[in-house]
Design a protein around this ligand. Structure first.
Ligand SMILES: Cc1ncc(COP(=O)(O)O)c(C=O)c1O
Length: 370
């Protein structure tokens, strides 16, 4: 029996007739780019997140890149973020010409450590990009206070946290702009690439609509330099069906996480720790263990697929080598990236599968990690 990290066939089977109907309707209409599904989904997603506007774009990385561009961030500016994230977070900053500045993280929550944020601010800093990693909101109250005191923008990387709450508000509504990915594996994913930027600011939403569409306001009226980065009608149709299930699916993820917690508590592992007054939506169930390679090999030899999010701080990736102004070593990020391992968790996993994974982890630890 193989237990995958994620099985999207199970998802499709559970909503097949609605998805097939939605896709067939788009094909019948034969209108594929910036049509009624994108418009409707933008409205529905904005209402779900609790912002006035949402602008559909081509991917999560595009959402971050265009959000930064909407704020006119570019060469000569610095943007503070974390190094234990998808490369896209920092690559979007580099794509604007700005300098990514990596800040260390909190040892329990694995998100940007507000205590270390102020020391990263310089006269060139324009924005902070906190990442709501693994489905857990970053500690936005102190981050927001520091941003206000220093006149900095906040762009949330909510690519892993669709539906997560922080102090009663959803991630994506806590900063100036919220950026989402609809990559298929996300809590809300489409069947290809897609993304969204959320905001309460009408002028920013207007600029984002131009940026995603060659800088146009009306047809062939190019006011600014733009991109081709639009959410398409087929993906929007899929996402409209799936948005209706998101809360129930997130609830399932939390239930499965609670079972893992229960079964793995008291073992020499670091389990996920939840922020107070926040709802973690368990995009990933990430534990920390000293010999994560050994555990990964043992689980693989027993048919359990795991993954590492992320194996290296971004500043150690070759792509960023010539972007660093000085050698960097962030101690908590280093330790965390050396120890993390993600266990299978998705809404359609079964209790028997969770129990088998947890049982194998226990067995490996009882044998002294062999
Ligand atoms: C935290 C984070 N930021 C950004 C991205 C980029 O999203 P996409 O793959 O849609 O470009 C992802 C997903 O890969 C992500 O997990």
């Amino acid at each position: 029996m193989t237990i995958p990290m994620l099985d999207l066939k199970r998802e499709y089977q559970s909503i097949k007739s609605d998805i097939d109907g939605a896709l067939a309707a788009v094909l019948d209409r034969a209108f594929y780019v910036l049509g009624e599904n994108v418009e409707a989904f933008e409205r529905e997603f904005a209402a779900y997140i609790g912002t006035r506007f949402a602008v559909g774009v081509g991917s999560g990385m595009a959402a971050l890149h265009l959000a930064l561009r909407a704020l006119e961030i570019g060469p000569g500016h610095e943007v503070i973020t974390v190094a234990n994230t998808a490369a896209a977070t920092a690559m979007a900053i580099v794509a604007t010409g700005a300098q990514p500045v990596f800040c260390d993280i909190d040892d329990h929550f694995h998100t940007l450590d507000p205590e270390r944020l102020s020391q990263k601010i310089t006269p060139r800093t324009r924005a902070i990009v906190p990442v709501h990693l693994f489905g857990q909101p970053a500690d936005m109250a102190p981050i927001g206070a520091i941003a206000r005191d220093n006149d900095l923008f906040i762009i949330e990387d909510a690519c892993q946290s669709h539906g997560a709450h922080y102090r009663g508000k959803k991630t994506g509504s806590l900063g100036d702009l919220g950026c989402f990915s609809f990559y298929p594996s996300k809590n809300l994913g489409c069947y290809g690439d897609g993304g969204m930027v959320t905001t309460n600011d009408a002028a920013l939403a207007d600029r984002l609509r131009m940026l995603r569409n060659y800088g146009q306001r009306g047809r062939y009226e190019h006011l600014i330099m733009g991109h081709n980065s639009r959410l398409d009608e087929l993906q929007a149709a899929v996402l409209r069906v799936k948005l209706k299930h998101l809360d129930a699916w997130n609830q399932k993820r939390r239930q499965w996480a609670a079972i893992y917690h229960e079964l793995l508590r008291g073992l020499p592992l670091q389990l996920p720790v939840e922020q107070q007054d926040a709802t973690h939506v368990y995009h990933l169930y990430v534990i920390r263990v000293a010999d994560r390679a050994g555990l990964g090999r043992f689980l693989a030899s027993n048919g359990v697929i795991t993954n590492i999010h992320y194996p290296l701080p971004l500043y150690r990736q070759p792509a960023f080598a010539d972007r660093l102004t000085a050698p960097l070593q962030l101690p908590v990020t280093e330790q965390c990236t050396a120890e993390v391992i993600s266990l299978p968790l998705f809404p359609w996993i079964t209790e028997a599968e969770i129990k088998r994974v947890a049982g194998l982890v226990k067995q490996w630890l009882q044998r002294g990690g062999k």
